[in-house]
Design a protein around this ligand. Structure first.
Ligand SMILES: Cc1ncc(COP(=O)(O)O)c(C=O)c1O
Length: 385
């Protein structure tokens, strides 16, 4: 028996590969500092956990509508309106994690052979695009531009097959925040060429300098934007699996069919926790952001003081993405060395599309103590090279 032919082209997650390697060393008794996974080290806020357990106590253990609980779709629409993004509840679909929202969106919007343009370095969208038969065309985002997207570079890669532009700001792995002018130029292009824009804004609550603008809020973009967000990063809820998409109601109806065919609906009591997160106090988000900002400054200064690393100061998300060209090593080789010699797990830039080589991603969603310890260990290991 053999698996489907398309599986040969499916990339495996590089982040999870580094995590596996790190776990193997831990089983051998090594002390490893995990800076490879993008997972908040904070616990989910108490009032959110309480809402879920109360829902369970009340017997909320059944299927919900496939698009999500009407009360949660409403809470999401209200939450977005407060950010200047117009959305009605019927334009919202709730999913088990933002990743599944992206899957439903691509499956509903793309035909086999369609092209998706993505600025790289970028997160692992390619697997999802390939699964639905689409082709990814990468555009280089340059460190000298703060890794912001440039409309001219996107324009050069347009073809008659281009169907969707995928943007992710604040960005994983670079921490780049797009400026309003960047997004306005890209929006004009999308309108002119009748393209979908999938905007993954899962780190929108983590901006340290400047302001986050959603491309969905720009004139003419409501009808062509598939807006993605979720609860994993803002409310430290990675394990709960809760995300959502906002798109024109006709596309949402198609995405709901995919959800019906794949997962039926997101978990019932988790959706109640989502309502509590959005309707409840937001000072927990603020507190986490302030702590991430402090950690960012420590890790960026730490990396810049180590020979061979040159780290741009990210304006958002929770990743440091230093250039390692001064070390004359491939990013995978360096990550393996750091894991073995320093006990620090990071992700090679080569995992973030064709323009990620020459960089390494460190997540600073780990304690300040771990960050300081990691910087000391990396410095010592690099000195031994
Ligand atoms: C850019 C980006 N989008 C989406 C996700 C997926 O989030 P979720 O946990 O909601 O599926 C991640 C998770 O790391 C991410 O970094």
């Amino acid at each position: 028996m053999r698996p489907a032919k398309r599986m040969a082209a499916m990339p495996a997650s590089g982040t999870l590969r580094m995590l596996d390697l790190a776990k193997r060393l831990e089983r051998e008794g090594r002390d490893i500092i995990h800076m490879e996974v993008g997972e908040p080290d904070f616990d989910t806020p108490e009032h959110v956990k309480r809402a879920a357990s109360e829902a369970l106590e009340k017997g909320m253990t059944k299927y919900t509508p496939s698009a999500g609980l009407p009360e949660l779709r409403e809470a999401i629409a209200d939450h977005l309106s407060s950010k200047g993004i117009a959305a009605s509840p019927k334009e919202v679909i709730v999913t088990p994690g933002a990743k599944h929202a992206i899957f439903c969106a691509m499956a509903a919007a793309l035909d086999p052979g369609d092209e998706v343009i993505i600025p790289s370095p970028c997160w692992t969208y390619e697997g999802i695009a390939r699964l639905v038969g689409a082709r990814v065309v990468y555009v280089e985002a340059l460190q000298e531009d703060g890794f912001r997207p440039r409309v001219e570079a996107i324009q050069e890669k347009l073809s008659p097959k281009t169907r969707l532009l995928l943007l992710n700001y604040p960005n994983n792995p670079t921490g780049a925040v797009a400026e309003r002018g960047d997004l306005k130029a890209i929006a004009d292009l999308a309108i002119d060429r009748e393209l979908w824009v999938l905007s993954d804004e899962i780190y929108d609550c983590l901006v340290y300098e400047g302001e986050h603008t959603s491309i969905a809020s720009l004139p003419g973009m409501h009808e062509r934007t598939i807006y993605i967000n979720g609860f994993s990063k803002a409310y430290a809820m990675t394990g709960w699996r809760l995300g959502y998409a906002v798109a024109p109601a006709e596309l949402v109806a198609e995405m709901v069919k995919i959800q019906q065919a794949s997962t039926t609906c997101p978990t019932s009591f988790v959706q109640v926790a989502g309502i509590a997160a959005l309707r409840g106090p937001q000072d927990c988000v603020e507190r986490m952001r302030e702590e991430y900002r402090r950690r960012r400054d420590v890790i960026v200064d730490g990396l810049n003081s180590i020979e061979g690393f040159e780290c741009y100061r990210p304006r958002g998300a929770f990743y440091a993405f230093p250039s390692i060209v001064g070390l004359e090593m491939k990013s995978m080789e360096l990550c393996e060395y750091l894991l073995r010699e320093a006990g620090v797990a990071a992700v090679p830039g080569s995992e973030f599309g064709p323009y990620g080589e020459g960089y390494v991603r460190f997540s600073y969603a780990t304690s300040m103590d771990n960050i300081k310890k990691a910087m000391g260990r990396i410095e010592e290991a690099i000195a031994r090279l």
